[in-house]
Design a protein around this ligand. Sequence first.
Ligand code: G3H
Ligand code: 13P
Ligand code: ZN
Length: 314
Amino acid sequence: MIITTKQLFKIAYGKFAVGAYNINNLEQCIGLFCGSLDSQAPFIIQISKGARDYANKSMLEAIIRAADKLYPEAIFAVHLDHGDEDTCYDCIASGFYSSVMIDASMFDFNKNIEVTKRVVERAHQKNISVEAELGELGGVEENIQVDEKNAHLTDPDQAAEFVKQTGCDSLAVAIGTSHGAYKFKTAQGLHFDRIAAIQKKLPGFPLVMHGSSSVPQEEVERINKYGGKMAGARGVDENEFARAVPLGVVKVNIDTDGRLVWTAVHREHFIKNPENIDFRKPGKIFMNEYAKFIAHKNEKLGSAGWLVKVREVM
Ligand code: G3H
Ligand code: 13P
Ligand code: ZN
């Protein structure tokens, strides 16, 4: 069952974070539904502009609607990840999305407000909620390269002003994470003091953590063992999610980890079975492994076990 992102956040705030997982194909979709049901967790299914270009927006919608029918117990929201203005309008008009993200964080503060406000006005007319972003994450974000040294954390006073002026429903904050598989050179760099300061200015307001893949070292080792080259890949410590929840983080974005599981499974499979050309064999292994990964992640996010409660409240 597709529900609104707003409903999910209302239930989750201060209690657990909802895992927001990107999908690009049916294998990821099935793994996500199965893992979420195994862990009895609500979830957010995210579609990026890149995913819409790769798999076609209608195809992705059809896959998700089919999964909804196949797994009627699942409760989830559908979200546009890192949208530009035009893509947001397209998703709002489609009637399929529960929420959209307008990412205008590459613009200066005033232009970010201007663009975000336009999207919020259009989305709210259709009861769709809007995630915006303030501050810059390091790493690669959609087509935008943000140099590590220029990445800056979200300013709490600006965050309060931004939310007041735009009317956005949730805010992606830069608190030390970055997109991709190379987040930290040495130790962890999450700034919990910064999240706490933002929450103080925006009590009860849903915050979103992007760039939250944990880059499991066993997957990195497996990829390297079977011919990959991912030296120095490092992610967020998944045990830190629990610290972010009481600070107002309700949504945690994970994409890279899914790619790591996919790559590890396929590299291992084809090296061990050089004669095989049936992609359904590794495809099946991936779906099972991805489901296990999702279930484990939902445990770490605290969303595991909440499905019954969410259904009662709906
Ligand atoms: O933050 C970006 C997401 O990981 C989506 O990546 O644009 O390559 O689909 P993508
Ligand atoms: P990762 O690259 O850490 O998976 O982050 C994904 C993300 O933030 C999607 O918006
Ligand atoms: Zn992101």
